[in-house]
Design a protein around this ligand. Sequence first.
Ligand SMILES: NC(=O)c1ccc[n+]([C@@H]2O[C@H](COP(=O)([O-])OP(=O)(O)OC[C@H]3O[C@@H](n4cnc5c(N)ncnc54)[C@H](OP(=O)(O)O)[C@@H]3O)[C@@H](O)[C@H]2O)c1
Length: 226
Amino acid sequence: MVPMEEKTKVLIIGATGRLGYHLAQFSLQFGHPTFILIRDSSLIDPNKAQKLNFLSTAGAIPIKGSLDDEQSLTEAVKQVDVVICSIPSKQALDQKLLIKVIKESGCIKKFFPSEFGVDPDKIQITELDNQFYSRKAEIRRLIEAEGIPYTYICCNLFMSYLLPWLAQPGLKAPPRDKVTIFGDGSTKAVFVKDVDVAACTISAIDDPRTLNKTVSETPGECLLHE
Ligand SMILES: NC(=O)c1ccc[n+]([C@@H]2O[C@H](COP(=O)([O-])OP(=O)(O)OC[C@H]3O[C@@H](n4cnc5c(N)ncnc54)[C@H](OP(=O)(O)O)[C@@H]3O)[C@@H](O)[C@H]2O)c1
């Protein structure tokens, strides 16, 4: 067994979120010293406070901070080897300050930016995209330009997120009066479980094959490409 002090130290940003919580749980389960960046505002929400309590009891080390607070980011980043960010798609560009801090720290062996969807370099953009993918692609280019070691996790669509309302744009409950059918009705989509994505992401932390690669996850399969 690898002694605790030699395990890869991980910082998770977004641990009170849906995917980030699973990422933090698996990081702890895999024995990584796990730091979680927590905003003060998180503590006001009872659900998030409960998640934080659970993670802290399981051994996570909370660090107060935010993606827009450079000092807290510097403090957090210098304590770890790997950073995983899991913030909402619409906030993807908020990772720019984090990228600057990672670059300046020089200690990060791998950065997992907030991706966890369809490959932003491959998807055909539609008006439903809300610029989510162009923002994620912009973050990729910045990481590569700064020479930061990275792994991009592409996992298609979360079952729990889209299937309950039949992937209907703008809905958060099953449609009752009208269903929009995409394409001619034979369009295929790949759905995965968010917990599996979290487990696979944490497995990639110490896997040298994933360095500076995109990991594409589909049920029962994991592919690597440049
Ligand atoms: N493939 C799919 O179908 C699918 C579906 C959903 C999500 N995703 C992807 O999964 C990733 C995470 O999404 P999610 O839905 O799990 O997010 P979420 O539940 O909305 O959680 C967001 C997390 O980010 C934290 N956060 C937001 N702004 C922050 C800031 N400025 N500083 C520090 N922390 C901040 C929040 O902290 P607070 O508690 O302080 O607010 C929260 O912990 C995204 O990359 C998204 O694209 C993919």
